[in-house]
Design a protein around this ligand. Structure first.
Ligand SMILES: [Zn+2]
Length: 377
């Protein structure tokens, strides 16, 4: 059992504190690390020496302008480890190769053929294609965001609604056998949220709802600075299957009248193409349903901010204004200020970059987010 006093646990906690600090801030002297981590001088000296020996940290002399003397600056060694992040969507897959300092070394976006009997072979090829000679022995892990019901304790996809062939597939284990590195899996919306809080509109936000409006409708939550991550097949913080009307249309999940059944992107596009109603009317109706889902989420999580991402972003500021108005009609400004609703700022690789953060959190996280189990052979 892990206890605060266990030497191995202490080592992991102290190393994580140092590595996370340097990853977020860039080079620091030992004195600065002591001040920022609140760890003792002896502890920092001991652990940084070990990390330098392991090659995780580099030491560089820097002349301090104010004091005119040398100071040794510690930094992460960018060439020591690389991370692969994948956003495995039913229409397209984006993949990134990122160094330990979050610099994207290579990226690629490819169409997904989700109807294949073996969709994993295409995924495997993409992973092979992004690994080159320079980094092939330095991959720390692979992170994947995928939409579906996942057993996070085993890394198994129970059912992926948009990949008919993915039923009871131990994805993490299969990829671990092929690439011999730890593999971590997450709900795709949670992976995209991780990207948003590191690279997008969620930077520095302590409580936030991330709403994905695409083929699927889903959400993920940051509460009091921590990402709420499901642990086993849960739909923790997920808005997509909130009941709008029990007699409503059949949802892909098997229930009736879910928010996704009313507002999935394909459904809205079919309505727009049918032209039975005016475009504004169709979008305003969708915004109304979405606001009902968000109404519950605001009551449950009291977010500072709501970030909207996905295909709906193409409907632009006019749609955003409709969502804001529909919420303002239900809640006074002191309960939620709709000026704090915005579109995502991460771009097409936000999910893949977020999946890299998933690997980092599992290997070097400071216990802020519970994520899927490490699958080891
Ligand atoms: Zn549903």
């Amino acid at each position: 059992m892990k206890t605060l006093g266990h030497p191995k646990f202490l080592k992991k906690v102290n190393n994580s504190a140092i590595l996370n600090l340097l990853r977020d801030t860039g080079p620091l002297s030992r004195t600065e690390i002591v001040a920022r981590t609140k760890l003792g001088w002896g502890t920092i000296t001991k652990y940084t020496e070990e990390l330098v020996k392991q090659g995780m940290l580099t030491e560089n002399k820097k002349i301090l302008k104010t004091k005119g003397r040398n100071s040794i600056m510690l930094d992460l060694n960018p060439d020591i480890k690389y991370f692969i992040g994948i956003d495995w969507g039913s229409r397209s897959t984006s993949i990134t190769l990122v160094d330990i300092k979050r610099k994207c070394v290579r990226k690629k976006c490819a169409e997904t053929n989700s109807g294949l009997s073996d969709p994993i072979s295409g995924l495997t090829e993409l992973i092979r294609g992004i690994i080159d000679e320079k980094c092939k022995d330095k991959i720390a892990g692979i992170g994947i965001g995928v939409s579906g019901f996942i057993d996070f304790s085993t890394g198994e996809i129970i059912k992926a609604i948009n990949f008919p062939a993915l039923r009871q597939v131990p994805l993490c284990e299969l990829l671990h056998k092929k690439f011999k590195v730890p593999v971590f899996i997450s709900n795709s919306v949670n992976a995209r949220l991780l990207g948003e809080i590191k690279f997008g509109m969620g930077v520095g936000v302590r409580s936030m709802i991330y709403l994905w409006l695409g083929t699927g409708v889903g959400s993920a939550v940051v509460s009091n600075g921590k990402v709420l991550m499901p642990q086993a097949q849960e739909c923790l913080g997920d808005i997509g299957h909130i009941l709008i009307n029990k007699n409503g249309p059949l949802c892909k999940c098997g229930l009736r009248g879910c928010l996704e059944a009313y507002t999935g992107y394909e459904k809205i596009m079919a309505e727009l193409n049918a032209r039975k109603h005016d475009k504004d009317e169709i979008l305003r109706t969708a915004a109304e349903y979405i606001s009902r889902g968000l109404f519950y989420m605001i009551q449950l999580y009291a977010p500072e901010k709501i970030v909207i991402a996905g295909k709906y972003m193409e409907f632009g500021e006019a749609f955003l204004a409709m969502v804001k108005k529909a919420i303002a009609d239900k809640l006074p400004r002191e309960r939620f200020d709709t000026r704090n609703i915005c579109f995502s700022g991460t771009g097409p690789y936000g999910g893949a970059m977020g999946a890299v953060e998933l690997v980092w959190l599992n290997l070097y996280g400071e216990g802020g987010a519970h994520v899927s189990e490490l699958v080891q052979a």
